[in-house]
Design a protein around this ligand. Sequence first.
Ligand SMILES: Nc1ncnc2c1ncn2[C@@H]1O[C@H](COP(=O)(O)OP(=O)(O)OP(=O)(O)O)[C@@H](O)[C@H]1O
Ligand SMILES: [Mg+2]
Length: 397
Amino acid sequence: MALPTRRPSLPPAARNPFEFGRELSPDELVDRAAELDQLIRTIENADKLFLIGPRRYGKTSLLHAAQALAESRGIVVLRYDAERYESLDLLAEALLTGAARALAGPIDRTGDLLARVAAKLKPHVTYDVSNQQLSLSLGIERNTATELPILADVLDTVEKLASNAKRRVAVILDEFQHVVEERGAAAERQIRAVVQRHRHVGYIFAGSATRLLADMTSDSGRAFYKLGARLFIGPLPAEEFKAFLDAGFADAKLKSTPEGVDAILELAEEVPYSVQRLAHACWEMLRVEPARQLDRDAVNAALLQVLMQENPAYTQLWNSLTQVQKRAAKAVVLERGLALQSADVSRRYRIPTASMQKALGALDRRGVIREEALVGRVRWRLEDPLFGAWLRMAQQL
Ligand SMILES: Nc1ncnc2c1ncn2[C@@H]1O[C@H](COP(=O)(O)OP(=O)(O)OP(=O)(O)O)[C@@H](O)[C@H]1O
Ligand SMILES: [Mg+2]
């Protein structure tokens, strides 16, 4: 009998501590204690709050963590991502289903209760014995003219169910800009009109179209003005993020250096998602090369691996831009997003000032760049800093 050949020794199987993309739980969040506390207070007081922040800064993770904490205190949390639903009536149907499951009480009375508190919506309730859950569909006619009133009716129904069940309830709508973006002032007015009357339900509206949401809630002529508090989230405190990164390497007995950790934060421009993504790649690299230490060269090598993985997506994005948009994107990277509409930048990148403005607007709408307000001036930033690193490499900037 042939003896099994000896395999080369593999590094011990361990789980990478750096996670990107997933919703984090309360104990996995770096910092954000004050933000989390404000979300919980909003929920407990049945207040209203707008959570506003750039993409990939950790809004959904915060909502997830707030939900977990609130549920542990007996509060019913109904959290939905508006982006996942093609239309508002589908979002409304999902919300009502969640509310009915949590609040309507014994199943044999659910149909009657809903028929009473949501008569206009003509809800049809079915019960699936195999998973012991109810399902619900709305019998009302659904089209673009009715979807907003349907959502408003469902929100009213949730309030009635909460009052009826004597339970505290929170409705959390993530990517909220999708609800109002294309529906304009009428949507803002209708939603305000219902939610401002509610006393048993707290609301958190979260979104990443920073400018849109900031304008919507700060303009005294708009319906959401002063409807609720506003919580803006920014970068994580660098020192805490560094300590978190150090610990992730040290726990696996991998050697990090302050210079390497600084390089991760710098290249990822402190965007939490990108920091975790790059740290994840560094950790994987050191795991198979445990003698190596995490210095700047090691971080650059790991970055290269990430850029190779992202190359097809970044190439596709780049190819989809117009010539002027490409030049504008290069200017964002090379000028660090500053003074892009100056005569000097316009001349060096061969873009007339008006075209630059249009190109920046188009890149903003595509989610490639975003505006950051600094004191007295505006800076444009790439939403994904690693795309900037790719641009520098692929375009030899
Ligand atoms: N407080 C935090 N501590 C550590 N990492 C974080 C934190 N917040 C976010 N991240 C990192 O960012 C990733 C994205 O977070 P999340 O999905 O919550 O952001 P988001 O703002 O909702 O993004 P999007 O705008 O794409 O919806 C997380 O998976 C994690 O890697
Ligand atoms: Mg999110």
